[in-house]
Design a protein around this ligand. Structure first.
Ligand code: ACO
Length: 424
Protein backbone atom coordinates (compact mmCIF):
# COMPACT_ATOMS: atom_id res chain seq x y z
CA UNK A 1 0.00 0.00 0.00
CA UNK A 2 1.26 3.47 -0.88
CA UNK A 3 2.30 5.72 1.97
CA UNK A 4 -0.31 8.13 3.35
CA UNK A 5 0.14 11.80 2.48
CA UNK A 6 -0.25 14.57 4.97
CA UNK A 7 -0.40 18.24 4.07
CA UNK A 8 0.44 20.43 7.00
CA UNK A 9 0.79 24.16 6.68
CA UNK A 10 1.01 23.77 2.88
CA UNK A 11 3.84 21.25 3.04
CA UNK A 12 3.38 17.60 2.01
CA UNK A 13 4.72 14.68 4.04
CA UNK A 14 4.63 10.95 3.39
CA UNK A 15 3.70 8.60 6.22
CA UNK A 16 4.48 4.87 5.95
CA UNK A 17 1.69 2.34 6.25
CA UNK A 18 1.61 -0.77 8.43
CA UNK A 19 -0.78 -3.50 7.26
CA UNK A 20 -1.77 -6.16 9.76
CA UNK A 21 -2.34 -9.84 9.01
CA UNK A 22 -6.11 -9.18 8.87
CA UNK A 23 -5.51 -6.26 6.45
CA UNK A 24 -5.99 -3.67 9.13
CA UNK A 25 -4.30 -0.45 8.08
CA UNK A 26 -2.24 1.70 10.41
CA UNK A 27 -0.59 4.98 9.50
CA UNK A 28 2.86 5.02 11.07
CA UNK A 29 3.24 8.40 12.74
CA UNK A 30 6.25 7.49 14.86
CA UNK A 31 8.45 10.04 13.02
CA UNK A 32 5.71 12.67 12.74
CA UNK A 33 7.05 15.06 15.35
CA UNK A 34 10.62 14.77 14.13
CA UNK A 35 9.67 15.63 10.53
CA UNK A 36 6.70 17.98 10.95
CA UNK A 37 7.00 19.29 14.52
CA UNK A 38 3.38 18.22 15.09
CA UNK A 39 1.83 15.42 17.13
CA UNK A 40 -1.57 13.70 16.86
CA UNK A 41 -4.46 14.54 19.18
CA UNK A 42 -6.51 11.46 20.10
CA UNK A 43 -8.08 11.80 23.51
CA UNK A 44 -8.94 8.34 24.90
CA UNK A 45 -6.67 6.72 22.26
CA UNK A 46 -9.71 5.75 20.13
CA UNK A 47 -7.60 5.79 16.94
CA UNK A 48 -4.17 5.07 18.30
CA UNK A 49 -2.44 1.75 17.65
CA UNK A 50 -0.12 1.60 20.65
CA UNK A 51 1.71 -1.56 19.55
CA UNK A 52 2.00 -4.31 16.99
CA UNK A 53 0.65 -7.48 18.55
CA UNK A 54 0.23 -11.14 17.60
CA UNK A 55 -2.00 -12.14 20.50
CA UNK A 56 -5.66 -11.20 20.02
CA UNK A 57 -7.67 -10.11 16.99
CA UNK A 58 -10.99 -8.30 17.28
CA UNK A 59 -13.23 -7.10 14.46
CA UNK A 60 -15.80 -4.94 16.24
CA UNK A 61 -18.08 -4.54 13.25
CA UNK A 62 -18.37 -8.28 12.64
CA UNK A 63 -18.23 -9.35 16.30
CA UNK A 64 -15.06 -11.43 15.81
CA UNK A 65 -12.73 -12.33 18.67
CA UNK A 66 -9.78 -14.69 18.22
CA UNK A 67 -6.92 -15.65 20.52
CA UNK A 68 -3.83 -16.27 18.37
CA UNK A 69 -6.10 -16.99 15.40
CA UNK A 70 -8.50 -19.37 17.14
CA UNK A 71 -12.15 -18.20 17.26
CA UNK A 72 -13.40 -17.61 20.79
CA UNK A 73 -16.49 -19.76 20.10
CA UNK A 74 -14.29 -22.80 19.33
CA UNK A 75 -11.96 -22.23 22.26
CA UNK A 76 -14.90 -21.73 24.62
CA UNK A 77 -16.47 -24.99 23.51
CA UNK A 78 -13.61 -27.33 24.24
CA UNK A 79 -10.50 -25.82 25.86
CA UNK A 80 -9.45 -25.75 29.49
CA UNK A 81 -8.29 -22.48 31.04
CA UNK A 82 -4.81 -24.00 31.46
CA UNK A 83 -4.66 -24.62 27.70
CA UNK A 84 -5.68 -21.01 27.11
CA UNK A 85 -2.97 -19.81 29.49
CA UNK A 86 -0.48 -21.79 27.41
CA UNK A 87 -1.87 -20.45 24.15
CA UNK A 88 -1.71 -16.83 25.28
CA UNK A 89 1.47 -16.82 27.35
CA UNK A 90 3.60 -19.20 25.27
CA UNK A 91 2.06 -18.50 21.86
CA UNK A 92 0.71 -21.89 20.85
CA UNK A 93 -1.75 -24.56 21.93
CA UNK A 94 0.09 -27.07 24.13
CA UNK A 95 0.59 -30.67 23.14
CA UNK A 96 -0.20 -33.30 25.78
CA UNK A 97 3.24 -33.15 27.35
CA UNK A 98 3.35 -29.35 27.43
CA UNK A 99 -0.10 -29.22 29.00
CA UNK A 100 0.92 -31.71 31.65
CA UNK A 101 4.08 -29.74 32.40
CA UNK A 102 2.20 -26.47 32.75
CA UNK A 103 -0.50 -28.11 34.87
CA UNK A 104 2.14 -29.54 37.20
CA UNK A 105 4.04 -26.28 37.41
CA UNK A 106 0.86 -24.42 38.32
CA UNK A 107 0.04 -27.07 40.93
CA UNK A 108 3.42 -26.93 42.59
CA UNK A 109 3.32 -23.14 43.10
CA UNK A 110 -0.20 -22.77 44.51
CA UNK A 111 0.78 -22.24 48.15
CA UNK A 112 1.29 -18.65 49.24
CA UNK A 113 4.71 -17.77 50.65
CA UNK A 114 5.06 -18.37 54.38
CA UNK A 115 3.57 -15.55 56.43
CA UNK A 116 1.55 -14.06 53.62
CA UNK A 117 -1.81 -15.36 54.84
CA UNK A 118 -1.57 -13.12 57.88
CA UNK A 119 -1.45 -10.07 55.58
CA UNK A 120 -5.13 -10.61 54.79
CA UNK A 121 -6.03 -10.27 58.46
CA UNK A 122 -4.71 -6.71 58.50
CA UNK A 123 -7.35 -5.49 56.05
CA UNK A 124 -10.76 -4.39 57.30
CA UNK A 125 -13.38 -7.08 56.61
CA UNK A 126 -15.28 -4.39 54.71
CA UNK A 127 -12.39 -3.93 52.24
CA UNK A 128 -13.34 -4.31 48.59
CA UNK A 129 -11.81 -7.60 47.35
CA UNK A 130 -10.29 -5.77 44.36
CA UNK A 131 -8.29 -3.60 46.77
CA UNK A 132 -7.10 -6.69 48.64
CA UNK A 133 -6.36 -8.59 45.43
CA UNK A 134 -4.27 -5.84 43.85
CA UNK A 135 -2.40 -5.18 47.13
CA UNK A 136 -1.59 -8.87 47.48
CA UNK A 137 -0.29 -9.15 43.92
CA UNK A 138 1.95 -6.20 44.62
CA UNK A 139 2.97 -7.83 47.91
CA UNK A 140 4.24 -10.89 46.02
CA UNK A 141 7.11 -8.72 44.79
CA UNK A 142 8.30 -8.42 48.41
CA UNK A 143 8.73 -12.21 48.50
CA UNK A 144 10.05 -12.60 44.96
CA UNK A 145 12.10 -9.50 44.18
CA UNK A 146 13.07 -8.31 40.71
CA UNK A 147 13.92 -11.17 38.37
CA UNK A 148 17.58 -11.25 37.26
CA UNK A 149 17.01 -13.13 34.02
CA UNK A 150 14.32 -14.55 31.75
CA UNK A 151 14.27 -17.83 33.65
CA UNK A 152 13.30 -15.98 36.82
CA UNK A 153 10.76 -13.88 34.91
CA UNK A 154 9.15 -17.10 33.71
CA UNK A 155 9.17 -18.51 37.22
CA UNK A 156 7.43 -15.36 38.46
CA UNK A 157 4.82 -15.79 35.72
CA UNK A 158 4.06 -19.31 36.97
CA UNK A 159 4.06 -18.17 40.59
CA UNK A 160 1.55 -15.43 39.87
CA UNK A 161 -0.78 -17.55 37.76
CA UNK A 162 -0.67 -20.32 40.36
CA UNK A 163 -1.06 -18.15 43.46
CA UNK A 164 -3.65 -15.72 42.17
CA UNK A 165 -6.40 -18.28 42.91
CA UNK A 166 -5.52 -18.32 46.61
CA UNK A 167 -5.14 -14.53 46.67
CA UNK A 168 -8.65 -14.10 45.27
CA UNK A 169 -10.23 -16.84 47.42
CA UNK A 170 -8.62 -15.52 50.61
CA UNK A 171 -9.79 -11.97 49.87
CA UNK A 172 -13.28 -13.48 49.89
CA UNK A 173 -12.72 -15.67 52.96
CA UNK A 174 -11.45 -12.68 54.91
CA UNK A 175 -14.51 -10.61 53.96
CA UNK A 176 -16.87 -13.31 55.30
CA UNK A 177 -14.74 -14.04 58.36
CA UNK A 178 -14.01 -17.66 57.47
CA UNK A 179 -10.63 -19.42 57.81
CA UNK A 180 -8.40 -19.64 54.74
CA UNK A 181 -8.48 -23.01 53.00
CA UNK A 182 -5.20 -24.52 51.77
CA UNK A 183 -4.91 -25.34 48.06
CA UNK A 184 -5.15 -29.00 47.06
CA UNK A 185 -2.83 -30.30 44.38
CA UNK A 186 -5.15 -33.20 43.47
CA UNK A 187 -7.66 -30.70 42.05
CA UNK A 188 -7.63 -28.88 38.72
CA UNK A 189 -6.97 -25.14 38.61
CA UNK A 190 -10.67 -24.25 38.55
CA UNK A 191 -11.73 -26.93 41.04
CA UNK A 192 -9.06 -25.78 43.46
CA UNK A 193 -10.21 -22.17 43.30
CA UNK A 194 -13.81 -23.20 44.04
CA UNK A 195 -12.58 -25.44 46.85
CA UNK A 196 -10.62 -22.56 48.43
CA UNK A 197 -13.70 -20.34 48.08
CA UNK A 198 -16.36 -22.65 49.44
CA UNK A 199 -14.80 -25.37 51.58
CA UNK A 200 -15.34 -24.94 55.32
CA UNK A 201 -12.97 -27.47 56.89
CA UNK A 202 -13.32 -29.95 58.47
CA UNK A 203 -16.42 -30.39 56.26
CA UNK A 204 -15.49 -31.83 52.86
CA UNK A 205 -16.50 -29.92 49.76
CA UNK A 206 -17.30 -31.64 46.47
CA UNK A 207 -16.95 -29.19 43.59
CA UNK A 208 -20.14 -29.39 41.50
CA UNK A 209 -19.33 -30.05 37.85
CA UNK A 210 -21.65 -27.32 36.66
CA UNK A 211 -19.72 -24.72 38.71
CA UNK A 212 -16.39 -26.04 37.48
CA UNK A 213 -17.48 -25.85 33.84
CA UNK A 214 -18.99 -22.40 34.25
CA UNK A 215 -15.82 -21.07 35.88
CA UNK A 216 -13.62 -22.59 33.18
CA UNK A 217 -15.71 -20.87 30.52
CA UNK A 218 -15.81 -17.52 32.31
CA UNK A 219 -12.03 -17.49 32.77
CA UNK A 220 -11.52 -18.32 29.09
CA UNK A 221 -13.92 -15.66 27.83
CA UNK A 222 -12.21 -13.01 29.94
CA UNK A 223 -8.64 -14.13 29.18
CA UNK A 224 -7.63 -11.44 26.70
CA UNK A 225 -9.11 -8.54 24.78
CA UNK A 226 -6.19 -6.74 23.12
CA UNK A 227 -5.40 -3.13 24.05
CA UNK A 228 -8.23 -2.28 26.47
CA UNK A 229 -7.79 0.05 29.44
CA UNK A 230 -6.28 -2.48 31.88
CA UNK A 231 -4.05 -4.20 29.30
CA UNK A 232 -2.72 -0.85 28.12
CA UNK A 233 -2.08 -0.01 31.78
CA UNK A 234 -0.13 -3.24 32.22
CA UNK A 235 1.96 -2.44 29.13
CA UNK A 236 2.37 1.17 30.22
CA UNK A 237 3.66 0.24 33.68
CA UNK A 238 5.75 -2.63 32.30
CA UNK A 239 7.32 -0.34 29.70
CA UNK A 240 9.27 1.38 32.48
CA UNK A 241 10.68 -2.11 33.22
CA UNK A 242 8.67 -2.32 36.43
CA UNK A 243 8.46 -5.90 37.66
CA UNK A 244 5.71 -8.37 36.76
CA UNK A 245 3.79 -8.04 40.04
CA UNK A 246 3.81 -4.22 39.98
CA UNK A 247 2.56 -4.26 36.38
CA UNK A 248 -0.24 -6.75 37.06
CA UNK A 249 -1.32 -5.02 40.23
CA UNK A 250 -1.71 -1.82 38.20
CA UNK A 251 -3.82 -3.78 35.67
CA UNK A 252 -6.14 -4.87 38.48
CA UNK A 253 -6.54 -1.23 39.51
CA UNK A 254 -7.46 -0.19 35.96
CA UNK A 255 -9.92 -3.06 35.62
CA UNK A 256 -11.74 -2.07 38.80
CA UNK A 257 -13.51 0.98 37.35
CA UNK A 258 -17.22 0.68 36.44
CA UNK A 259 -16.57 1.68 32.83
CA UNK A 260 -14.30 -1.37 32.49
CA UNK A 261 -14.33 -4.65 34.44
CA UNK A 262 -16.20 -3.09 37.36
CA UNK A 263 -19.25 -2.98 35.09
CA UNK A 264 -20.12 -6.60 36.00
CA UNK A 265 -20.80 -5.52 39.58
CA UNK A 266 -22.60 -2.36 38.38
CA UNK A 267 -24.87 -4.41 36.07
CA UNK A 268 -26.24 -6.49 38.94
CA UNK A 269 -26.74 -3.37 41.03
CA UNK A 270 -28.62 -1.79 38.11
CA UNK A 271 -30.79 -4.88 37.52
CA UNK A 272 -31.63 -4.96 41.24
CA UNK A 273 -32.61 -1.30 41.06
CA UNK A 274 -34.93 -2.01 38.13
CA UNK A 275 -36.46 -4.93 40.01
CA UNK A 276 -37.13 -2.83 43.10
CA UNK A 277 -38.58 -0.15 40.84
CA UNK A 278 -41.37 -2.43 39.58
CA UNK A 279 -39.55 -3.27 36.33
CA UNK A 280 -39.82 0.29 35.15
CA UNK A 281 -37.55 -0.30 32.12
CA UNK A 282 -38.59 2.92 30.43
CA UNK A 283 -37.41 5.00 33.35
CA UNK A 284 -33.92 3.48 33.10
CA UNK A 285 -33.60 3.60 29.31
CA UNK A 286 -34.83 7.23 29.38
CA UNK A 287 -32.28 8.05 32.06
CA UNK A 288 -29.52 6.37 30.02
CA UNK A 289 -30.44 8.53 27.02
CA UNK A 290 -30.44 11.70 29.08
CA UNK A 291 -26.80 12.79 29.34
CA UNK A 292 -27.54 15.11 32.26
CA UNK A 293 -28.64 12.12 34.41
CA UNK A 294 -25.09 10.77 34.59
CA UNK A 295 -26.62 7.29 34.28
CA UNK A 296 -25.63 4.72 31.63
CA UNK A 297 -26.97 1.28 30.95
CA UNK A 298 -24.24 -0.76 32.58
CA UNK A 299 -22.99 -3.73 30.56
CA UNK A 300 -23.98 -1.89 27.40
CA UNK A 301 -21.70 -0.40 24.78
CA UNK A 302 -18.12 -1.03 23.83
CA UNK A 303 -15.30 0.98 22.26
CA UNK A 304 -14.66 -1.72 19.66
CA UNK A 305 -17.82 -3.85 19.28
CA UNK A 306 -20.54 -1.99 17.43
CA UNK A 307 -22.86 -4.90 16.54
CA UNK A 308 -22.45 -7.53 19.18
CA UNK A 309 -19.90 -8.79 21.65
CA UNK A 310 -19.40 -12.52 20.91
CA UNK A 311 -18.61 -13.14 24.57
CA UNK A 312 -22.00 -11.74 25.61
CA UNK A 313 -23.73 -14.01 23.08
CA UNK A 314 -22.05 -17.07 24.62
CA UNK A 315 -22.71 -15.94 28.18
CA UNK A 316 -26.40 -15.24 27.61
CA UNK A 317 -26.89 -18.86 26.59
CA UNK A 318 -24.69 -20.22 29.35
CA UNK A 319 -26.40 -18.12 32.05
CA UNK A 320 -29.68 -19.91 31.38
CA UNK A 321 -27.95 -23.33 31.38
CA UNK A 322 -26.04 -22.70 34.63
CA UNK A 323 -29.18 -21.53 36.40
CA UNK A 324 -31.01 -24.60 35.19
CA UNK A 325 -28.12 -26.89 36.15
CA UNK A 326 -28.09 -25.49 39.66
CA UNK A 327 -31.86 -25.44 39.93
CA UNK A 328 -31.85 -21.68 40.53
CA UNK A 329 -34.42 -19.23 39.29
CA UNK A 330 -33.04 -15.74 39.18
CA UNK A 331 -35.50 -13.00 38.25
CA UNK A 332 -32.53 -10.85 37.22
CA UNK A 333 -31.98 -13.05 34.14
CA UNK A 334 -35.45 -12.23 32.82
CA UNK A 335 -34.96 -8.55 33.69
CA UNK A 336 -31.66 -8.55 31.80
CA UNK A 337 -33.23 -10.21 28.74
CA UNK A 338 -36.12 -7.72 28.76
CA UNK A 339 -33.78 -4.79 29.14
CA UNK A 340 -31.65 -6.06 26.27
CA UNK A 341 -34.74 -6.44 24.05
CA UNK A 342 -36.05 -2.96 24.85
CA UNK A 343 -32.69 -1.23 24.44
CA UNK A 344 -31.69 -3.03 21.25
CA UNK A 345 -34.95 -1.96 19.59
CA UNK A 346 -34.52 1.66 20.66
CA UNK A 347 -33.27 4.18 18.12
CA UNK A 348 -30.83 5.79 20.58
CA UNK A 349 -28.97 2.53 21.25
CA UNK A 350 -29.21 1.33 17.65
CA UNK A 351 -27.75 4.53 16.22
CA UNK A 352 -24.81 4.40 18.58
CA UNK A 353 -24.15 0.67 18.17
CA UNK A 354 -24.78 -0.04 21.86
CA UNK A 355 -25.25 -3.74 22.65
CA UNK A 356 -24.69 -5.93 25.70
CA UNK A 357 -21.01 -6.49 26.41
CA UNK A 358 -19.27 -9.30 28.32
CA UNK A 359 -20.28 -7.81 31.66
CA UNK A 360 -24.01 -7.85 30.98
CA UNK A 361 -24.66 -11.56 31.60
CA UNK A 362 -21.52 -12.66 33.47
CA UNK A 363 -22.79 -11.30 36.80
CA UNK A 364 -25.90 -13.46 36.65
CA UNK A 365 -23.69 -16.54 36.32
CA UNK A 366 -21.39 -15.43 39.14
CA UNK A 367 -24.44 -14.88 41.35
CA UNK A 368 -25.75 -18.35 40.58
CA UNK A 369 -22.30 -19.72 41.48
CA UNK A 370 -22.63 -18.09 44.91
CA UNK A 371 -19.99 -15.46 44.26
CA UNK A 372 -20.79 -12.18 46.04
CA UNK A 373 -21.24 -9.10 43.86
CA UNK A 374 -18.11 -7.30 44.98
CA UNK A 375 -16.01 -10.35 43.98
CA UNK A 376 -17.19 -10.22 40.35
CA UNK A 377 -14.38 -8.01 39.11
CA UNK A 378 -11.81 -10.18 40.88
CA UNK A 379 -13.23 -13.11 38.88
CA UNK A 380 -12.72 -11.09 35.71
CA UNK A 381 -9.13 -10.35 36.76
CA UNK A 382 -8.38 -14.06 37.35
CA UNK A 383 -9.14 -14.74 33.70
CA UNK A 384 -7.54 -11.59 32.32
CA UNK A 385 -4.27 -12.27 34.16
CA UNK A 386 -3.35 -14.71 31.38
CA UNK A 387 -3.82 -12.01 28.76
CA UNK A 388 -2.08 -9.29 30.76
CA UNK A 389 0.94 -11.55 31.23
CA UNK A 390 1.10 -12.46 27.53
CA UNK A 391 0.84 -8.79 26.54
CA UNK A 392 3.47 -7.82 29.10
CA UNK A 393 5.83 -10.50 27.80
CA UNK A 394 5.26 -9.45 24.21
CA UNK A 395 5.99 -5.84 25.10
CA UNK A 396 9.25 -6.77 26.83
CA UNK A 397 10.37 -8.95 23.92
CA UNK A 398 9.89 -6.18 21.33
CA UNK A 399 13.39 -5.13 20.21
CA UNK A 400 12.01 -1.72 19.25
CA UNK A 401 10.17 -1.38 22.55
CA UNK A 402 10.43 1.98 24.28
CA UNK A 403 8.98 3.41 27.45
CA UNK A 404 5.32 4.39 26.90
CA UNK A 405 5.23 8.12 26.97
CA UNK A 406 2.39 9.89 25.14
CA UNK A 407 2.52 13.60 24.42
CA UNK A 408 -0.12 16.25 24.97
CA UNK A 409 -1.38 19.45 23.43
CA UNK A 410 -0.90 22.00 26.18
CA UNK A 411 -3.92 24.32 26.57
CA UNK A 412 -2.96 26.11 29.79
CA UNK A 413 -1.57 29.56 30.57
CA UNK A 414 1.42 30.79 28.62
CA UNK A 415 4.41 32.07 30.59
CA UNK A 416 3.57 34.67 33.27
CA UNK A 417 5.55 36.09 36.17
CA UNK A 418 5.24 34.50 39.60
CA UNK A 419 3.40 36.72 42.10
CA UNK A 420 4.51 36.44 45.76
CA UNK A 421 1.70 35.43 48.17
CA UNK A 422 1.33 38.85 49.84
CA UNK A 423 0.78 40.52 46.46
CA UNK A 424 -1.92 38.14 45.17
N1 ACO B 1 -25.66 3.85 28.05
C1 ACO B 1 -26.09 4.97 27.41
N2 ACO B 1 -25.40 5.64 26.48
C2 ACO B 1 -24.18 5.17 26.18
C3 ACO B 1 -23.65 4.01 26.78
C4 ACO B 1 -24.43 3.34 27.74
N3 ACO B 1 -23.99 2.25 28.36
N4 ACO B 1 -22.43 3.78 26.29
C5 ACO B 1 -22.18 4.75 25.38
N5 ACO B 1 -23.24 5.59 25.32
C6 ACO B 1 -23.39 6.73 24.39
C7 ACO B 1 -22.53 7.90 24.81
O1 ACO B 1 -23.23 8.79 25.67
C8 ACO B 1 -22.23 8.52 23.46
O2 ACO B 1 -23.37 9.23 23.03
P1 ACO B 1 -23.21 10.55 22.08
O3 ACO B 1 -22.59 10.07 20.81
O4 ACO B 1 -24.60 11.07 21.93
O5 ACO B 1 -22.32 11.48 22.86
C9 ACO B 1 -22.07 7.32 22.54
O6 ACO B 1 -22.90 6.30 23.13
C10 ACO B 1 -20.63 6.82 22.42
O7 ACO B 1 -20.15 6.57 23.74
P2 ACO B 1 -18.67 6.81 24.24
O8 ACO B 1 -18.68 7.08 25.71
O9 ACO B 1 -17.99 7.80 23.36
O10 ACO B 1 -18.07 5.40 23.95
P3 ACO B 1 -16.67 4.87 24.47
O11 ACO B 1 -16.15 3.99 23.44
O12 ACO B 1 -15.81 5.99 24.93
O13 ACO B 1 -17.07 4.04 25.82
C11 ACO B 1 -17.85 2.32 27.21
C12 ACO B 1 -17.24 2.68 25.84
C13 ACO B 1 -16.97 2.91 28.33
C14 ACO B 1 -17.83 0.81 27.36
C15 ACO B 1 -19.29 2.87 27.28
O14 ACO B 1 -20.10 2.28 26.30
C16 ACO B 1 -19.92 2.68 28.66
O15 ACO B 1 -19.75 3.54 29.54
N6 ACO B 1 -20.65 1.54 28.90
C17 ACO B 1 -21.20 1.25 30.19
C18 ACO B 1 -20.14 0.64 31.10
C19 ACO B 1 -19.74 -0.76 30.66
O16 ACO B 1 -20.58 -1.61 30.43
N7 ACO B 1 -18.42 -1.00 30.62
C20 ACO B 1 -17.88 -2.32 30.28
C21 ACO B 1 -17.28 -2.33 28.91
S1 ACO B 1 -16.69 -3.93 28.49
C22 ACO B 1 -15.29 -4.09 29.37
O17 ACO B 1 -14.59 -3.18 29.66
C23 ACO B 1 -14.91 -5.39 29.84
Amino acid sequence: MDPAKLILDGKEYELPIVVGSEKEVGIDISKLRGTTGAITADSGYGNTGSCLSTITFINGEKGILRYRGYPIEEIAKSASFTEVIHLLVYGHLPNKQELEELTNQLKSHRELPKGMKSFFDAFPTTAHPMAVFSSMISALSTFYPAAKDEEEVNLNVIRLLAKQAALAAYAYKHSVGQPYVDPRSDLTYTQDFLHMMYAEPPKAYEVPEVLDEALNLLLILHADHEQNCSTSTVRMVGSSQANLYASMSAGVGALWGPLHGGANQAVIEMLEMIRKDDMNFKKYTDMAKDKSSGFRLMGFGHRVYKNFDPRATILKEVAAKVLEGLGIEDPLLEIAKNLEKIATEDEYFLQRGLYPNVDFYSGIIYRAMGIPTDMFTVMFALGRMAGWISQWKEMRADPKGRIYRPRQVYMGETQRPFVPVDKR
